[in-house]
Design a protein around this ligand. Structure first.
Ligand code: BG6
Length: 487
């Protein structure tokens, strides 16, 4: 059945149903969609894993209950939980033995009154994407279905192309949803509103007025027991190729004709096409002290837990403007911030302290896209008193103080809903991901040596400062912004 604006009835198959992502994000997210009334009228959720981790429907319901109780915004109780719980079942599958999954999907569809739409979420290690997609094709399950593919999508250009071919042999591109949960964040989407709905920002959003752009996603978290996954991935593939460059796409894109999937993704992909090859000389790779002792990590591992890089876009709007990207584990703060530094006007008429020039490079637009997120502009104002003295001051908007947070959806929630609706606007297209890998080739073939850094620091110094000199890494404190003293 189709609701007036909601999705059609769906059977959602969650591959990797007992994994960390399913427990922390996907099951709690699906339940939050149910409590918000955003799931279809008829829905069933079938958990799946390889046979070696198979479980009963009952055990899967208990696992979902515990995961939602531990990580969900909506707690598992009341009539919505009862309906949700009854919708859950389990069907194990290996590519050579998909029987239990086929039976579980059939039962789920029968209980909805016949064949419905199917959504497959591949929350599994990237190495298993190909074989599971092949199985969906061979068994006929892929018919009437869409697939959500987790990141990282490939490990380089060759593997991403091969994966695109494997997937396209079963699902045409209109049914492929390459997910990047950063694009589902309210405050990342709000960058589109900030830029394109306001006459005061877009006219200065280009190389004539912007000096540099910084996209900074430090994390205090370590690898959280994911040594095995992380060893084969590292910070560049885990965070940069995916999240940071996707945010860069939104920050740097040209205005799309509309926000429909095609024009929006056309403009975002043009940014990726304009990425200059990322030269190893513009990259710092770090590894926190103690990483080698983590379970699942090789004693001589060269995997980076930190990366900082300087990238450029070869296009009309951004030629010559450096984009500074940084992300790493076990750093001093957990933040998600875009900063746009504006070119300085001449300040000759004002008495400035020449020893503190950085203070007067004051014009910045700062977008904190960590949930719930805030936006601030920093500019210079006259300090009260008889003398004309300049001081940096801040104007700020915060989501938390301005809107009811409960109305918002988390990244995964928003994106799973969009996938059910068939809206691909916030998902990555095959050519987009291939352009990003193409720009990364020389770095991946020739990575600079690892430098260690102390947990709780900002990464390997002096390398990260030298990388972007004379610019600086800026991370205003949220408290300072709210109190009007920073940004
Ligand atoms: C994931 C990465 O995609 O994003 C993790 O695999 C990272 O390493 C996480 O910690 C950050 O996302 P969020 O939404 O938890 O800040």
């Amino acid at each position: 059945m189709t609701g007036p604006t909601g999705p059609d009835d769906h059977v959602i198959v969650l591959f990797g149903a007992t994994g960390d992502l399913a427990k922390r994000k996907l099951l709690p997210g699906l339940f939050h969609l149910a409590t918000a009334g955003l799931l279809p009228d008829g829905y069933r959720i079938v958990g799946s894993t390889p046979h070696r981790s198979a479980m009963s429907d009952e055990a899967f319901r208990t696992l979902a209950h515990d995961a939602i109780a531990a990580f969900g915004r909506s707690k598992p109780s009341g009539p919505v939980w009862k309906t949700f719980e009854e919708s859950l079942s389990f069907g194990a599958a290996d590519p050579e033995d998909p029987g239990p999954l086929l039976a579980a999907v059939r039962t789920a569809e029968d209980s909805l009154g016949g064949p419905s739409r199917r959504l497959f979420h591949l929350a599994i290690p990237p190495s298993a994407f190909g074989s599971i997609v092949g199985m969906l094709g061979d068994t006929g399950l892929a018919e009437n279905g869409k697939v959500i593919v987790e990141k990282p999508f490939g490990t380089d250009l060759v593997s991403a192309r091969a994966l695109n071919e494997t997937i396209h042999a079963v699902f045409d591109e209109s049914r492929v949803f390459r997910i990047d949960h950063f694009l589902g964040k309210e405050s990342v989407e709000n960058i589109l509103a900030l830029r394109f709905a306001n006459g005061m920002f877009e006219p200065i959003w280009n190389r004539n007025h912007i000096d540099y752009v910084q996209i900074d996603v430090p994390e205090t978290l370590g690898i959280e027991g994911r040594g095995h996954f992380y060893e084969g991935t590292g910070a560049f593939r885990d965070m940069v190729v995916t999240h940071l460059i996707q945010v860069l796409g939104i920050v740097a894109m040209e205005p799309p004709v509309s926000l429909a999937a095609k024009p929006l993704r056309d403009e975002k992909d043009k940014v990726f096409e304009a990425l200059r090859p990322i030269g190893p000389e513009h990259v710092v790779r770090g590894q926190y002290e103690g990483y080698l002792d983590e379970p699942g990590v090789a004693a001589d591992s060269q995997t980076e837990t930190f990366t900082a890089l300087r990238v450029e876009l070869d296009n009309w709007r951004w030629a010559g403007v450096p984009f500074h990207l940084r992300s790493g584990k076990r750093l001093a703060q957990g933040r998600q911030v875009v900063t746009l530094g504006l070119r300085e006007p001449p300040l000759r008429m004002f008495a400035t302290d020449l020893a503190d020039q950085e203070k007067y490079r004051g014009n910045k637009i700062v977008i904190d896209f960590g949930d719930p997120g805030w936006i601030a502009t920093r500019f210079l104002a006259k300090e009260p008193g008889p003398a004309m003295r300049l001081e940096p001051v801040t104007m700020a908007f915060g989501y938390a103080g301005s809107y009811c947070e409960a109305n918002g959806l988390e990244g995964y929630e928003r994106l799973i809903l969009d996938a059910m609706l068939g809206d691909q606007s916030l998902f990555t297209r095959s050519d987009g991901i291939e352009h990003i890998w193409a720009a990364s080739t020389s770095l991946l073939e020739n990575p600079p040596p690892i430098q260690t850094y102390a947990p709780g620091s900002w990464g390997p110094e002096p390398a990260i400062s030298e990388l972007i000199a004379p610019d600086l890494w800026h991370l205003p404190d949220a408290a300072e912004v709210v109190s009007g003293t920073g940004a």
